[in-house]
Ligand binder design. Structure first.
Ligand code: 2AM
Ligand code: CA
Ligand code: CA
Ligand code: CA
Length: 280
């Protein structure tokens, strides 16, 4: 049994239990999923494990907090992806749970062991609890607004690297090949000579947890959604880092092009991407 099952009905306790339960099930089904459905394109897939995990999380949240709203990647019926309208409407809710039941589905279907469960709770649009769980390494990343961020019960602190040249940066390749991918590739081309190296491991939520843990110095990615970012954003800020959009505007739930770092490298990181984009 996972050591992370906790007692109590606090928001954080419920969030941890949701992540632990879904994560355990996801791990148990690794290599055994039955249905692989294509969503918007062959680059965007979903399995019955994603949907089952979301349903499991929704049921547990609804049991404890029946008046809260829930926004999940796989949608209320766990078959229909959440729309722009659903996001706008959800953002009006006082308490909103934001769920990515399985972040890194592509990795999951290939057996590449880097994926996570991401669960956040926002109050009036501000993230107050953020959980990312990696069931393979059994690592639980937890942040509560104003109370710090923890991994395996230990306080997390972002990396203390002061400059880009000693930084390890992560990103992800967008599946929008007309706009976002060329912009992202220009960014990679410009950044690669200026940093120690770049990683793209395929789970945005876990990349952000790694920035919080100081294992990565920074992360940026384009075209993501609230369920990829909400929990990770609080992990980074509570671990002492900076989290903005790629232009340096403060993170909010509508941000899709995100940039997180240990803070020290933040301005230089943004400048390199900006110059690369301007060079056309
Ligand atoms: P997912 O596995 O939950 O779909 C990897 O670069 C990141 O991009 C993952 O967090 C992944 O989340 C997300 N992702 C995958 N396909 C995507 C798509 N078509 N649009 C936006 N984000 C996507
Ligand atoms: Ca997906
Ligand atoms: Ca995701
Ligand atoms: Ca997902």
């Amino acid at each position: 049994k996972t050591p992370y099952v906790v007692t109590g009905k606090s928001f954080t306790a419920v969030a941890i239990n949701c992540a632990a339960k879904a994560g355990e099930w996801i791990k148990s089904r690794l290599g055994q999923y039955k249905s692989l459905e294509v969503k918007s394109s062959m680059h965007d897939v979903v399995t019955e494990v994603d949907k089952g995990a979301e349903l499991m999380i929704r049921k547990l949240i609804q049991t404890h907090f029946p008046h809260h709203s829930i926004l999940g990647e796989e949608g209320a019926g766990c078959g229909q992806a959440a729309s722009e309208e659903a996001l706008k409407e959800a953002l009006q809710s006082e308490y909103l749970w934001i769920i990515d039941p399985l972040d890194g589905t592509t990795n999951y279907v290939h057996g590449f062991p880097f994926f996570s469960v991401s669960i956040a709770l926002a109050h009036k649009g501000e993230v107050i609890v953020g959980i990312v769980y990696d069931p393979i390494r059994d690592e639980l990343f937890v942040a509560e607004k104003g109370k710090g961020a923890y991994v395996r019960g230990q306080r997390m602190q972002v990396a203390d690297e002061k400059n880009l040249h000693g930084s390890l940066i992560a990103s992800g390749f967008p599946t929008d090949f007309t706009r976002a991918l060329p912009v992202n590739l220009k960014g990679i081309q410009a950044l690669a000579p200026k940093v120690r190296n770049i990683r793209t491991a395929g789970s945005a939520a876990l990349h952000m947890a790694y920035v919080a843990a100081g294992r990565l110095t920074g992360f940026w990615e384009l075209n993501l959604n609230a369920w990829d970012l909400a929990a990770g954003s609080l992990l980074i800020s509570e671990a002492g880092g900076s989290i903005t959009d790629t232009h340096g505007q403060p993170y909010h739930l509508g941000v899709r092009d995100v940039l997180g770092s240990n803070g020290h490298i933040h301005a230089d990181f943004i400048q390199v991407l900006k110059d690369a984009d301007a060079q056309g």
